[in-house]
Design a protein around this ligand. Structure first.
Ligand code: ZN
Length: 78
């Protein structure tokens, strides 16, 4: 899975999970958030050095905070 898709799923899953937890069911909401965190843990990483991008607060970082690789260029190439 591409890191950018994983990052999108991470934020969508967090927001969707929180919404469902408050509006419908706490358990289903927590399950959705847990799944989104687990997939982000596995796939939301720098394609170059495997640094976990979920540690970065920004929605989609332009460059890797560890190796400094340009992630926008990597996204265009892939
Ligand atoms: Zn990196």
């Amino acid at each position: 899975m591409r890191y950018s898709l994983s990052g999108t799923l991470y934020w969508v899953g967090t927001i969707l999970g929180l919404s469902i937890a408050f509006l419908i069911s706490g358990q289903i909401g927590l399950l959705i958030m847990l799944i989104s965190y687990l997939q982000a843990f596995a796939f939301y990483r720098c394609p170059h050095c495997r640094f976990r991008l979920s540690r970065v607060i920004m929605l989609s970082p332009n460059c890797c905070p560890k190796c400094g690789d340009d992630l926008t260029e990597l996204d265009k190439r892939n």
